[in-house]
Design a protein around this ligand. Structure first.
Ligand SMILES: Cc1ncc(COP(=O)(O)O)c(C=O)c1O
Length: 480
């Protein structure tokens, strides 16, 4: 896959509501030459509501927008309302009993959040999306929808530290066990831990913090062979760099706090249903999707088909547990998504240049960026990302923890903080922060060492970032 394929969607061939081809503009309307005061002659042009077939760059701007009937506001309005008025007694009953898809209450859905949901579903190539209050909420909701007490999840070992804590603490408390696979290319390693109770496989496309990309199609083949859905955290890559459904994933989750929003102004998350998993055919049972949840009501699979999983997450998990997204943050999210491709280009250009430069510096021990020719993961990086493996990666400086301290304190443009994926560059020392609660041997196995720093490279000018990093490395040189 090359990044140029981001805009390779077929030319739009569908027709708009007036029947004119979208690819060949209709002749200039006679109404343009008639008197603007003659209202009878004014043409009303229906808005495009179906953006299928348009390019990624166009869809990130438009999908989900709707015509504001109040004043024609160009930006989909921010609907700050907890609930929605029923048209009548019967309408209320219909909304609660599957007879209407109109909103009920903002814990299940909100028109502002729906804009972000439709936009992200389109960019990922999924059937439906549910926006939630954080990335952690998205991972929790997706996995909790699949597994219950007494069941089991298998994950790749190198994942975001917060997810490892979530699985090892809260999921364990709920009776859901987790096993990790270290050698993700080994079928035997997967087969050794997958059991009859295993209900999901979890991985990250570009793992945070070490950029140790996985062969997603290979893991999808394992999941398919065992009849288990593959859940992929695509936060760091975003659908601009890779769309996991195209490589066999079934469900995608995001911390939309990060690149999708891009501004770092709000926390949010999302679950996208690929519509690819055959719930009814799996040897593992997913009765919440395949069986009727109430007498007289068809199953979610019967009612929602390829979007049944998303509907289950919305209706049952998110509605029950309550991690609803504030529409204010939903608004910030759909505004952010509009510029995703532009920001990602700059993030990745800066990161590649910085990774190459860092590798040449005498104060640097190693740079973990899969896109570098020196990386053992270079082949996977080329195959899936054309070497452009995002902008979150690790650099290990000489001097151990003292080197890491000197480097961090020597930076001024890079913010010292936890967080990734917004416009600003950020630096973090995982061993003393995100990974501080892990046993030393686990951190050693994960490659989280004393001198290792996580960088999230922003969209500032490359020269300024290089100068800043040089300042940090000069401090390292001073203590060696
Ligand atoms: C890969 C990944 N997934 C999930 C999360 C959690 O997201 P949030 O902070 O929005 O809860 C993070 C946060 O850093 C992350 O990096």
């Amino acid at each position: 896959m090359t990044t140029s394929t981001q805009t390779d969607a077929p030319l739009p061939t569908h027709t708009d509501a007036t029947g004119s081809s979208m690819a060949t503009p209709a002749p200039v309307s006679a109404s343009l030459t008639s008197s603007p005061l003659n209202s009878d002659a004014r043409e009303v042009v229906d808005p495009i509501t179906n953006w299928d077939g348009f390019s990624f760059d166009t869809r990130q701007v438009h999908v989900g927008e709707y015509a504001d009937e109040n004043c024609g506001a160009r930006i989909p309005p921010l609907t700050l309302s907890a609930g929605y008025v029923f048209d009548s007694f019967d309408d209320g009953a219909a909304r609660f009993n599957g007879g209407s898809r109109e909103p009920i209450y903002s814990r299940q859905g909100n028109p502002t959040n729906a804009v972000a949901e439709q936009r992200l579903a389109s960019l990922e190539g999924g059937t439906a999306c549910v926006a939630v209050s954080s990335g952690q909420a998205a991972i929790s909701a997706a996995l909790f929808a699949l597994a219950e007490a007494g069941e089991h999840i298998v994950s790749t070992a190198s994942i975001y530290g917060g997810t490892r804590i979530l699985l090892g603490r809260s999921f364990r408390r709920m009776g859901i066990e987790v096993d990790y696979v270290w050698d993700t290319d080994s079928d035997e390693a997967w087969d050794a831990v997958i059991r009859p109770e295993t209900k999901a496989i979890f991985t990250e496309t570009i793992p945070n913090p070490r950029n140790d990309v996985v062969d997603i199609a290979r893991i999808a083949a394992v999941a398919r062979r065992h009849g288990i859905p593959l859940v992929v955290d695509n936060t760091v890559a975003t659908p601009y760099l890779i769309r996991p459904f195209e490589h066999g994933a079934d469900i995608v989750v995001h911390s939309t706090t990060k690149f999708l929003s891009g501004h770092g102004a709000g926390v949010s998350g999302a679950i996208v249903d690929g519509g690819t998993f055959d719930w009814a055919a799996s040897s593992r049972r997913y009765p919440l999707l395949t069986d009727s949840l109430r007498p007289g009501l068809p199953s979610l699979l019967d009612r929602f088909g390829p979007a049944a999983f998303a509907q289950y997450v919305r209706e049952a998990v998110v509605n029950d547990v309550g991690p609803a997204l504030s529409p204010f943050n939903g608004f910030l999210l759909h505004q952010g998504i509009e510029t995703l491709s532009l920001r990602m280009e700059r993030h990745v250009d800066n990161s590649r240049a910085i990774a190459h430069w860092l590798e040449e510096q005498p104060e640097v021990e190693v740079v973990d960026y899969a896109g570098l020719p020196s990386s053992p993961l270079h082949d996977i990086a080329q195959q899936y990302y054309n070497g452009r493996t995002g902008s979150v990666f690790a650099v290990t400086v000489r001097g151990g923890i003292e080197g890491a301290r000197a480097f961090t304190n020597g930076l001024r443009v890079f913010s010292r903080m936890t967080g990734i994926g917004d416009t600003r560059s950020m630096v973090l020392h995982p061993l003393t922060t995100t990974h501080a609660s892990f046993a030393p041997d686990l951190n050693a196995r994960l490659g989280i060492t004393a001198g290792m720093l996580r960088l999230s490279v922003g969209i500032e000018a490359l020269d300024d970032l290089l100068l800043d990093l040089r300042g940090g490395l000069d401090r390292v040189a001073g203590i060696l």
